[in-house]
Design a protein around this ligand. Structure first.
Ligand code: GLU
Length: 472
């Protein structure tokens, strides 16, 4: 059977089993961790603008109830099916465990091509889906909390929150029923760029590991590394932007209709602007077009960032992939067998369940903000600024040195919401990387980072089960 014939959830389970075999967790507990706890398949009618009725297929899977609420995005895509949603929900469980976010994993999907629906139709679909979830207790701030995913964003999350709030009675935390909302409607600053920024933090941590970089024949640090990005969506764009701002060179970007290459480095923001104006990244002045799009995956580079779909590096093309580091910004871009081949030849694969955890991490901060009913930083920002100012005054009078207005502005700054979100995200991604790397060292570097990440996750989930009651 070729790799691509294996279903997505079989791929996730294959990776799980490889790690599980190295753990000393009893098989019955492993079985409980591996399986989806609740699978809800629903169909509902939606009135089209032309008066007709269409029946929509949708899913919500809660993979693990070892922690509540469960958490995970909702995607709008024609590729949505039960297997895909189960696989993605399982990845959410492992992702939250690796990042030490106290949630079980979940995922939702509505099987539509959103470009075929008007804004009003999308609103009706989203609200009806929310209503159906609510009827079956598949949504709520303490139960299951959706978020954006492929094909959805802040607007859909606002419709979900509004529907939930209209249906709930006197529930003070109702707005915490969904994350990724607009900032003006219970969202948090920094959520939009969170996954891409988390991808950057993860790559930075990997590139700072002197042993690993030596093994790959690379210098430490992100600076000067050549990068190819597949997918200039929200995650790919922000990952590319933060990587270039830190001195990496983005030499190619691939989209569904083709790729562009410029070995001297692509201006990521100019590329985004060009796409907004022309409808495509192709034809960006100064760069060359490359067809087919998938050829970009095979370019010579230090870091390849697949930030689009699952299963893009498979048994079929893995032999031609030359990148030394593969940073899985998307969910499941490297098929299980391709991953084995990559680690055999020493390629460092930064696994999805770690690398794209930035989104759910900042979702967690948004949920905490909703439950706290106060914006992070609101209580302490001004107080901190006053403390720093007093400290600067004391230093000035003791030393005779006089700080410039610019220096004062830089030092006497209290943290605002975005500063706190970014620092919390950095802390989460850095700690998680260290845990995974340490786990790998414990296995004398004989396992890859994905297996190490699974081991960290499985151990954490298993220890939660030790404290859970099994009823009746
Ligand atoms: N959809 C994102 C993911 O796959 C975010 C999930 C969330 O924020 O709950 O990680």
């Amino acid at each position: 059977m070729s790799t691509s014939a294996i279903s997505f959830s079989d791929q996730v389970n294959k990776n799980f089993d490889r790690a599980a075999a190295l753990s000393d967790i009893p098989p019955d507990v492993l079985e409980q961790i591996r399986n989806s706890n609740s699978v809800y398949k629903l169909t509902f009618p939606v009135r089209r603008d032309n008066g007709g009725i269409e029946v929509i297929d949708a899913y919500r899977v809660e993979h693990s109830h070892h922690r509540l609420p469960t958490k995970g995005g909702i995607r709008f895509s024609l590729a949505v099916n039960q297997d895909e949603v189960e696989a993605l929900a399982a990845l959410m469980t492992y992702k939250c465990a690796v990042a030490d976010i106290p949630y079980g994993g979940a995922k939702g999907g509505i099987c539509i091509d959103r470009s075929l629906y008007s804004e009003a139709e999308l609103e009706r679909i989203t609200r009806r889906y929310t209503f159906e979830l609510l009827k079956k207790n598949f949504i709520g701030p303490g139960v299951d909390v959706p978020a954006p995913d492929m094909g959805t964003g802040a607007q859909e999350m606002a419709w979900i929150a509004d529907t939930y709030m209209q249906m709930s009675r006197n529930e003070i935390d109702a707005i915490g029923c969904v994350t990724g909302k607009p900032v003006q409607f219970g969202g948090i600053r920094g959520r939009k760029e969170a996954t891409g920024l988390g991808v950057y933090f993860g790559i930075r941590e990997a590139c700072d590991d002197a042993d690993d970089m030596k093994q790959l024949g690379l210098k430490t640090g992100v600076e000067g590394k050549t990068v190819v990005v597949q997918g200039l969506g929200n995650v790919g764009f922000h990952a590319a932007k933060f990587l270039s701002e830190s001195g990496a060179k983005v030499i190619a970007i691939a989209e569904y209709d083709g790729a562009i290459v410029d070995r001297s480095g692509i201006d990521v923001e100019a590329c985004q602007k060009h796409r907004q104006e022309t409808g495509s990244i192709l034809g960006l002045p100064g760069s060359e077009d490359l067809q087919p799009s998938a050829a970009a995956l095979e370019l010579e580079c230090d870091i390849l960032v697949p930030a689009a779909l699952e299963n893009v590096i498979t048994g079929e093309n893995v032999g031609r992939v030359k990148a030394k580091i593969i940073a899985e910004a998307a969910n499941g871009p490297v098929a299980a067998d391709a991953g084995e081949q990559l680690s055999k030849r020493g390629c460092l694969v930064l696994p999805d369940m770690y690398l794209n955890a930035g989104g759910v991490t900042v979702s967690y901060f948004e949920w905490l903000k909703n439950l706290d009913h106060v914006r992070p930083g609101r209580m302490e920002k001004r107080f901190e600024e006053n403390v720093y100012r007093n400290l600067l005054d004391a230093i000035e009078s003791a030393s005779g040195y006089s700080f410039s207005a610019e220096e004062r502005k830089g030092i006497a700054k209290g943290a605002d919401e975005q500063d706190l979100v970014r620092s919390g995200l950095d802390e989460t991604m850095t700690n998680a990387y260290r845990n995974i790397r340490e786990q790998r060292r414990r296995h004398k570097d004989q396992v890859d980072l994905r297996t190490s990440a699974f081991l960290v996750a499985i151990n954490r989930i298993a220890s939660a089960y030790e404290h859970l009651g099994i009823f009746p």
